[in-house]
Write a protein of this length. Structure first.
Length: 453
């Protein structure tokens, strides 16, 4: 007769916690998987924004000339006349003088980008900035094309994705495993079920590190977490320099101009004054000689900002520079580089550049694409495993272990995550209330979801 040894209290509690974490992983994945696909695909495209925009704009570069280029004032006036009621926002300084002049104007509450032939002054293209291809990709990635509600959904999905990765690492952690097969690389000859399990676990552990970095570096751009972070900075007086990241798509283009005003006030653009010295052409030439990281934007003097403003708006944030130039001499009056920013802004700047694939060039982009492919692999493998294992007539969530209660340590971890990620915390409270007050009281729903009675 074989006697089964009794499990210790610690072992029993460990099993209860393991099953609870497994259920959290299942439900986090169930919610996150469609969003992960959307964010991975759109994020992969956005990694290559400089290359894609250069390819899309190739018809407007290296233009044919039949004579000398028109004056900078004439080019700017042509752009303003092309859009009725327009006022100037920024002029991009191109290194190649045969590229189309890019002028961003505001008319009817909408920003529009105007391409002007430098010599003939022909209007080559007018496009709302929000309708540019990469702007649409960014809107998909950041707000699912549905505005503020989409931003909240993305923040909620990102918060649960963090839970999914952390619980996945806990479930993957080797416990008595022999060898690296199934832990570091998948077993290929052990049957389909084990192959998909291994593919899911191994891929997850390889991509989890950078995926967590991507999720955490995206938090400053979210609505609830981002606004709370800004409020905390105001309370701690660490917001001494205007940030170059926003939590609102609508505020983003406004912040580009506001950031060019060293005083922090709103910039009201004025039409060019042909008698002003130095001329617009001389000023753009002076800015061009500075060899700032592209794209380089300048704004004309205004009532609120009497100096010329120039800014490198490079996606690699550490390369960004903002300066004010004397309208009479063209000399640099103020210059603010990345090193002058608050350490918090520097950390966020590095994180944002890493998130967007621009911190260390092509290798950064490749790492981002590999992570996105890994996340897509997780989605596919998780879906296959669920389909193979789901019981008939049930969702297939791991069943809770008896009436046991998760440990205090696990409760503290959940509380900590809920406080750090407020949207996650609120959703946990909402789910707990719905489950205890409604779903557990409905027999079919309770059985379908695998809830304890």
């Amino acid at each position: 007769m074989t006697v089964t040894p009794l499990k210790s209290k610690a072992q029993t509690q460990g099993l209860i916690d393991h099953r609870a974490i497994w259920r959290w992983h299942f439900y986090a994945g169930l919610f996150c998987l469609p969003f992960i696909l959307i964010l991975a695909i759109s994020g992969s495209a956005y990694l290559f924004k400089p290359q894609i925009e250069a390819w899309l704009d190739r018809p407007y570069d290296q233009l044919a000339f039949t004579g000398p280029p028109a004056s900078a004032d004439a080019q700017l006036s042509a752009a303003l006349k092309a859009v009725p009621g327009a006022r100037l926002k920024t002029l991009e300084v191109r290194q190649n003088l045969q590229d189309a002049v890019r002028v961003t104007v505001k008319a009817g509450g909408e920003d529009q980008l105007v391409y002007v032939h430098p010599q003939s002054l022909a209007i080559l293209k007018i496009v709302p900035t929000k309708d540019r291809f990469m702007a649409v990709i960014r809107a998909i990635h950041g707000e699912l094309l549905i505005g503020d509600r989409g931003k909240l959904l993305v923040e909620l999905a990102a918060s649960w994705a963090i839970v999914m990765i952390l619980t996945g690492l806990y479930l993957w952690w080797p416990r008595g495993a022999k060898g690296l097969a199934g832990t570091v690389y998948p077993r290929l000859g052990a049957g389909r079920t084990l192959f998909w399990r291994d593919l899911h676990a191994v891929t997850g552990v390889w991509v989890s590190g950078f995926a967590l970095v991507l999720l955490l570096t995206g938090l400053p751009w979210t609505t609830v977490w981002g606004e709370g972070f800004k409020a905390a900075r105001r309370l701690t007086h660490t917001d001494i320099v205007r940030q170059d990241w926003t939590t609102s798509r609508a505020a983003e283009t406004a912040d580009i101009m506001a950031g060019m005003d060293m005083g922090g006030g709103a910039h009201t653009a004025m039409a060019p004054d042909a008698t002003a010295k130095p001329s617009l052409a001389a000023m753009t030439a002076a800015v061009r000689r500075l060899n700032l990281a592209p794209p380089v934007l300048i704004a004309l003097p205004s009532a609120k900002s009497p100096g010329w403003n120039a800014r490198s708006d490079a996606q690699n944030r550490p390369l960004r520079v903002t300066m004010t130039l004397d309208p009479a001499t063209g000399q640099i009056l103020t210059r603010q580089g990345f090193a002058a920013r608050h350490p918090i802004d520097q950390v966020i700047g590095y994180g944002t550049a890493l998130h967007e694939g621009q911190l260390f060039g092509l290798a950064n982009q490749v790492l981002g694409v590999l992570t996105a492919l890994g996340l897509c692999t997780l989605v596919v493998s998780a879906t296959v495993m669920w389909w193979q294992r789901r019981p008939s007539g049930q969702l297939g969530a791991p069943l809770p272990l008896g009436q046991g209660v998760p440990s205090r340590e696990l409760g503290v971890l959940i509380l900590g995550l809920g406080l750090f990620l407020p949207v996650l915390g609120l959703s946990i409270l909402a789910v707990a209330a719905i489950e205890s007050l409604i779903l557990r009281r409905i027999g079919p729903a309770r059985r379908f979801l695998g809830l304890a009675g």
